[in-house]
Structure formats: structure tokens, C-alpha cells
Design a protein around this ligand. Structure first.
Ligand code: ZN
Length: 245
């Protein structure tokens, strides 16, 4: 770490649980962030500010005016631009230490598996079940920790799925399920800030092996009631995705 980095990350270096050694680990780490919207914006910005050295961004969407109520990496001037380009621009403005790779596409299963294999941690910041199941399968097969979050209306959740632990498929057994989307049901914007920031926090904890991650637990967030509920998630011995590991 050079002098500028020691100053930039000084508030991390002061933390006994992180320190110089933990910050060096973050600088050498690679995170894959799938989805550059409401969750992916705060998650990526906080990981960039924290000095996670390589961020791979994947999203096939372009910025729309209706995104700006919650997708805080994008500005009015970015409408029409690829979300990954806009997010990359915002990351580079915060921290030039970070190498960013932008994939302006929806990853098919082969590309997804390859991208996951390169990562030390994966953040699922997408908004639909089929993609979440595909990301989970790739993370289980490649033994890469997965930080997952979701929100719609005033309800959200976050979970960490560690290799050989319970996986997303243990939590949701019906792969054909449909769900309410934000486009249909709406969502309170700051909820995504809370959950996306928490995804960044959990990713940093996993990377630097700090504290106790949410692995094996799911947290349900009721924004309107102001309540968090923690549930333990057991591994499903019959899970078609993770039982063989
Ligand atoms: Zn499972």
C-alpha cells in the first residue's frame, strides 16, 4: 500500500478486525456484481470505496428515467446509456485503485459459470427468480460465496450462501415460481440502499474473514414496520443443487 492508499483507507486500517492485512486482502480481491440497478448501485459503490481491487459488473439493461428513483449510481444524463457503463463511470470517480470490467449483457449459463469462477465473492443484485437460481447453481458448482438480496414494495431480504452450506435452492424449492416485480408492484427506493449496502458489508466480511457472516441465516426486512427478522436456514439434504457437495 502506498501513502495515498494508507490515507484513503485509514479508517479501515484503524479497525483491529481489518487493519493493513485485511485491507491488502480487499485490494487483491475480485467481486462479481450481477445487476447494476437498485441493489447493485450501492453495493458496487461501497465495494469500490472500500478498495475491493477488481469489480466485474454484469447487466444488459440501459438506464431508464424510472430507474432514477432508486438506482443511485445513475444520473439524469445517463438515461439511455448501458447501466454497467454508467456504474463503471461512478466507480472510477470514487476510486481509481479499482479495476472494473463491464459486461453489458445478460450472462448465459456458460458465461455465468466462467465469470463466477474468477470471483472471490458474487453479489446477486438481480430482480428475478430464474436468474437467481442460475447464479446460485454457478456459485455452488464453483464453490464461490454468494451474497443475495431482494426487495419489492416495502419488504426485503438478505442472505449469504457459503460453499458447502445451505444454498438459495434450499430456501426456495419451487424453481417455476413467479414473483411480484418492482415494475409491477413498486418498491421504496431507500430499502434498496439499505439492502445493497448490507450486501457490500457482508461481501467485505466474507473476503476479509471478519466477524460473523450471515451464512446459514436469512434476514427478512419489513421496512414499513421497521422490523428485521433473522431465520436460520438449514441445508436441505435433498436439495438438487447443493446436496451432492
Ligand atoms: Zn441447496
Amino acid at each position: 500500500m502506498n501513502d495515498k492508499q494508507k490515507l484513503r483507507y485509514s479508517r479501515h486500517l484503524l479497525l483491529p478486525e481489518l487493519g493493513v492485512q485485511g485491507q491488502e486482502i480487499l485490494l487483491d480481491s475480485r467481486a462479481l456484481i450481477i445487476g447494476a440497478g437498485g441493489l447493485g448501485s450501492p453495493a458496487a459503490l461501497y465495494l469500490a470505496a472500500a478498495g475491493v481491487g477488481q469489480l466485474d459488473l454484469a447487466d444488459g439493461d440501459a438506464v431508464e428515467l424510472s430507474n432514477l428513483q432508486r438506482q443511485i449510481a445513475h444520473g439524469t444524463q445517463d438515461v439511455g446509456a448501458p447501466k454497467v457503463a454508467s456504474l463503471q463511470h461512478a466507480i472510477e470517480a470514487i476510486n481509481p485503485d479499482v479495476d472494473v470490467t463491464s459486461l453489458a449483457t445478460y450472462l448465459d449459463s456458460e458465461a455465468l459459470s466462467e465469470a463466477v469462477a474468477k470471483a472471490d465473492v458474487v453479489l446477486d443484485c438481480t430482480d428475478n427468480f430464474p436468474t437467481r437460481f442460475a447464479i446460485n447453481r454457478a456459485c455452488v458448482d464453483r464453490a464461490v460465496p454468494l451474497i443475495s438480496a431482494a426487495a419489492v414494495r416495502g419488504q426485503g431480504q438478505i442472505a449469504v450462501f457459503a460453499p458447502r452450506g445451505p444454498c438459495y435452492r434450499c430456501l426456495y424449492s419451487d424453481e417455476s415460481a413467479t414473483e411480484d416485480t418492482c415494475a409491477e408492484r413498486g418498491v421504496l427506493g431507500p430499502m434498496l440502499g439499505v439492502l445493497g449496502s448490507w450486501q457490500a458489508l457482508e461481501a467485505i466480511k466474507v473476503l476479509a474473514d471478519m466477524g460473523q457472516s450471515l451464512a446459514g441465516r436469512v434476514v427478512l426486512f419489513d421496512a414499513l414496520a421497521g422490523e428485521w427478522r433473522h431465520m436460520n436456514l438449514p441445508k436441505d439434504p435433498k436439495c438438487p443443487v447443493c446436496a451432492k457437495y
